[in-house]
Design a protein around this ligand. Structure first.
Ligand SMILES: [Zn+2]
Ligand SMILES: [Zn+2]
Length: 146
């Protein structure tokens, strides 16, 4: 089974188990994001969605994206203002994105929550880190070109 199908099935199961509606826009938006592998802006999602649903509006897209974000299946890459599906178990807390400035590929990694330098008494709810740079493939390409 393909990775995208596995996540899609898991999302469906999750909705069934929790009595959330697995609506057509939710299904299509998740499928679109899963297929894309790279972060997508909401309007790119809207454009794709219009192939499956007649004249979808931006609120349709945002509502579906927000639903999946709330349940951890989709993340927002803040610095790109774009969305990507979670590459791991959607129940994790913290995310660290590695963003390639050349090809906009995004890798999601997880590591223990940093506790250094956080003053006592500050209660951490969520940690969100985005690191920009050049991915391995792009670095190698640059190396070959020069
Ligand atoms: Zn994730
Ligand atoms: Zn790259």
């Amino acid at each position: 089974m393909k990775y995208e199908d596995k996540i899609f099935d898991k999302a469906k199961q999750y909705c069934d188990d929790n009595k959330y509606r697995f609506t057509a826009p939710r299904q299509y938006v998740l499928k679109i994001l899963l297929k894309h592998h790279k972060p997508m802006g909401a309007y790119d999602v809207l454009e794709e969605l219009s192939k499956s649903i007649d004249k979808p509006t931006p609120p349709t897209v945002y509502r579906a994206i927000d639903f999946w974000r709330e349940h951890g299946f989709v993340h927002k890459v803040e610095s790109l203002n774009a969305y990507i599906t979670c590459c791991e178990d959607h129940t994790h807390q913290d995310t660290h994105f590695l963003v390639c400035d050349d090809c906009h590929m995004v890798d999601e990694i997880h590591h223990p929550r940093p506790t250094n330098n956080i003053p006592e008494g500050f209660r951490v709810k969520r940690t969100w880190v985005e690191t920009h740079g050049t991915c391995n493939a792009c670095s190698q390409q640059a190396g070959l070109a020069s």
